[in-house]
Design a protein around this ligand. Structure first.
Ligand SMILES: [Zn+2]
Length: 243
């Protein structure tokens, strides 16, 4: 779900995504978790002017990137009892039980996840077990969603898969009609998974994020914008100034 009307410039070793929009001011934002930098610029401003504008904010950008780096080190999960983990938009309390049987997850109601692992299973192993559980859950949901949406959108998905992606919620190979979904969607409410799937399926009708694409989304999933906002939650650092 990257924006096709955007371009990338490099400023002092910082990769900056520049999105041209019919706006008056420049908007600069630094996004968690990895400190991605994005500039929305008025259409009439050229790349060189954007570059100069970004240079004038380099200290501000670096400061926020450092904050995010510190935050993501902090939010690194230890996979121990007492932590909070998300599943389908709800927060669960994690219990870790060491036992001799196979590794598995059990869920009690809408509040507790128990991770049953072999004695000595380390953080990486524990995380693998949880991720596999997330993956199985998504695998059980996606086929029905595809079956439901294919006749509505009027396209056929030939193949689909789930993988970890750093910067995108989903992607679509329009030639092979193959859709990829981000494993992270298992942590979000079901309507977020459905929105990303519909978005990727609509790419089989329209490759670009243009007005045609948006009008198709409006037609199939009128509330898609609020789901998009929910997924791309307000960036933590944001500045606006007149060029
Ligand atoms: Zn897209």
């Amino acid at each position: 779900m990257n924006t096709s009307q955007s371009s990338i410039i490099e400023v002092s070793n910082i990769r900056v995504e520049v999105v041209r929009k019919p706006i008056k001011n420049l908007h600069l934002s630094v996004h968690p978790p990895d400190g991605r930098v994005r500039v929305s610029a008025p259409s009439r401003i050229d790349d060189e002017a954007v570059r100069l504008a970004v240079i004038s904010k380099l200290r501000w950008i670096r400061r926020h990137q450092q904050t995010f780096a510190a935050q993501s080190r902090q939010s690194q999960r230890e996979m121990v009892s007492g932590e909070s983990h998300y599943f389908m938009g709800r927060r669960y309390h994690l219990n870790v039980l060491e036992h001799g049987g196979p590794n598995r997850i059990s869920r009690k109601g809408n509040s507790e996840l128990t991770l049953h692992v072999r004695p000595g299973a380390d953080r990486v192993k524990r995380e693998q077990v949880l991720n596999e559980w997330y993956r199985q859950h998504m695998k059980s949901l996606v086929p029905d969603l595809i079956t439901e949406w294919q006749p509505v959108i009027g396209v056929q998905v030939a193949d689909w898969g789930i993988k970890k992606m750093k910067t995108r919620w989903g992607s679509c190979n329009t030639r092979d009609h193959r859709v990829w979904l981000n494993l992270e969607l298992a942590k979000r409410p079901l309507h977020c998974l459905e929105y990303v799937l519909v978005h990727e399926m609509v790419h089989l009708l329209e490759r670009h994020h243009n007005d045609h694409f948006k009008s198709l989304m409006d037609q199939f999933l009128p509330q898609w914008r609020s789901y998009q906002d929910e997924l791309n939650k307000v960036p933590l650092a944001h500045e606006e100034w007149a060029p």
